[in-house]
Ligand binder design. Structure first.
Ligand SMILES: [Zn+2]
Length: 114
């Protein structure tokens, strides 16, 4: 799940594991899951899992079994796919994407200095 988290003087979205509740601090340790069995044209609910791959916890396996979700993707691709779906027309150009990315990087650096 996505929650807003206050860090110092800043507040920003963070991804938390839907199984253990802990923050997914590195996209390499996370996946997102959704149900595709019986999927119609209706949007499918997305679950998040962490401690994937080389980590000791297997929240991914637990969530997959609990929710009968058998489709998943690496978490580091989620913002790219979501960003691609959120912007159309001139907002979808590489120049617009770079401007937004630069602004987001500046905010992250400000948060790190705070
Ligand atoms: Zn977890």
């Amino acid at each position: 799940m996505i929650r807003m988290k206050v860090e110092g003087a800043f507040c920003g979205p963070r991804v938390f594991c839907d199984e253990c509740g802990r923050q997914i601090e590195n996209a390499a340790n996370g996946v997102y899951l959704w149900k595709t069995r019986g999927l119609s044209k209706d949007p499918a609910e997305v679950f998040f899992a962490c401690h994937y791959g080389s980590t000791k916890r297997r929240c991914h396996d637990v969530l997959e079994a609990k929710h009968d979700a058998h489709s998943w993707e690496h978490l580091d691709r989620f913002p790219l796919y979501l960003g691609n779906a959120l912007f159309t027309g001139p907002e979808r150009t590489m120049a617009a994407l770079r401007r937004r990315w630069k602004k987001a990087q500046e905010m992250v650096l400000l948060m790190a200095d705070a």
